[in-house]
Ligand binder design. Structure first.
Ligand SMILES: *Cc1c(COP(=O)(O)O)cnc(C)c1O
Length: 368
């Protein structure tokens, strides 16, 4: 079986180094907010070309804390509306809700799966204060256009970069260009993953950074003195140590992902398969390679019978989830079509040439 994602294989090359890190963290006697976290924050900020990186517990918390930070700073307030794509992973929407803000869903483009900027202006009201741009499947949203809209309407731009570590827009990380804040997840399956939960916020906004260093640690700047109503959401020292070992290989891992994507895009031949759009720039890091077909169940079964594991990202659109029952009757046709047709093929840095050859061959042999 070609597994969709073999995390053991992805982490195997680091095994000895991980064990050495475990030993050194263990022996340091300091397990929360120590030197490994500080050095990862410095390295990741540098990697993202931003002034600040704040390590937090996971990607969801990174998003929630950005919103809470802006609320604390008076730039957002309870009940403000946040524009968000209707076909994102549930965490983006939950983060808006958990910060007492109101998500306003906007349809994506069928080709890119990302938010359709042309549809944003009509959703803007006097309560709209921010756009949450999600870089779904690893491809940057259309940030130039989103930035223009945000400037016109004086909106904050927050990025959900949980799937897009290292994706760049015209040689710059988007956060650097648009001067707001970006949320990352280091969940094991992401392009940069640790061995548990982990996350970070990157930003160039000094006020926000200082607020977040405090909010993630009970709203405290000085131990046992609490300035804000904070939370406990800190990037673990041990996870930071593992991430310090993996970060130097992120760019080459992303290059491997792009090379596989290029092969899939040029060698998979079928009118019944819609391949993902990519302009071949570095704006895509192929966290996922997502095709569309009107014959998904059959194709998935066929691939499975041929020992190729695939996944569906995601089977149910957020507005059809039970948790959001008040949205269940809303209609987002593009989102629904995407959720009915998408299928993710294996694509990761440890896939071998033989496996890639095999996946392409099996797909091209499918009897439609
Ligand atoms: C993974 C993910 C998150 C949440 O990250 P966690 O670390 O799992 O909390 C948020 N948004 C998107 C788009 C994701 O893929």
């Amino acid at each position: 079986m070609i597994p969709f994602l073999d995390l053991k294989k992805i982490n195997e090359p680091y095994e000895i180094a991980f064990q050495q890190k475990l030993k050194s963290v263990l022996e340091s006697g300091w397990y929360i907010l120590g030197s490994e976290t500080a050095s990862f924050e410095k390295a990741f900020a540098e990697y993202c070309q931003t002034q600040y990186c704040i390590g937090v517990g996971n990607g969801f918390d990174a998003l929630v804390l950005i919103f809470k930070g802006y609320i604390q700073l008076g730039k957002l307030k309870k009940g403000d509306e946040v524009i968000i794509p209707s076909n994102t992973y549930i965490a983006s929407i939950l983060a808006v809700l958990h910060a007492d803000l109101v998500p306003v869903l906007v349809e994506p483009k069928l080709e890119t799966y990302n938010i359709n900027p042309d549809l944003i202006p009509e959703k803007i009201t006097s309560k709209t204060k921010a756009i949450l741009a999600v870089h779904l499947y690893g491809q940057l949203a259309e940030m130039d256009q989103i930035n223009e809209i945000a400037n016109q309407h004086n909106l904050l731009i927050i990025e959900d970069s949980a799937q897009s570590h290292g994706a760049v827009n015209n040689q710059q990380l988007t956060i650097n260009k648009f001067k707001s804040a970006s949320a990352y997840s280091f969940y094991p399956g992401k392009n940069l993953g640790c061995l548990g939960d982990g996350g970070a916020v990157t930003t160039n906004d000094r006020e926000l950074a200082e607020m977040l260093f405090s909010l993630r640690n009970y709203g405290s700047q000085q131990k046992y003195y609490n300035t804000y109503i904070g939370v406990n959401s800190r990037l673990d020292e041990l996870q930071a140590a593992f991430l310090n070992l993996k970060l130097p290989n992120l760019d080459s891992d992303n290059d491997k992902r792009r090379a596989i994507a290029k092969r899939y895009l040029s060698e998979i031949k079928s009118d019944r398969i819609k391949l993902p759009f990519w302009d071949f720039s570095d704006n895509h890091v192929f966290h996922l390679f997502v095709i569309r077909t009107d014959n998904r169940e059959d194709l998935k079964n066929y691939l499975n019978e041929n020992n190729i594991q695939t996944m569906i990202h995601y089977p149910v659109p957020p507005h059809k989830q039970k948790a959001f029952s008040e949205w269940n009757n809303l209609s987002f046709p593009v989102t629904e079509k995407i959720h009915n047709e998408v299928l993710s093929l294996p694509l990761n840095p440890v896939l071998t040439k033989t496996e890639i050859d095999f996946i392409i061959e099996i797909l091209n042999n499918y009897n439609w």
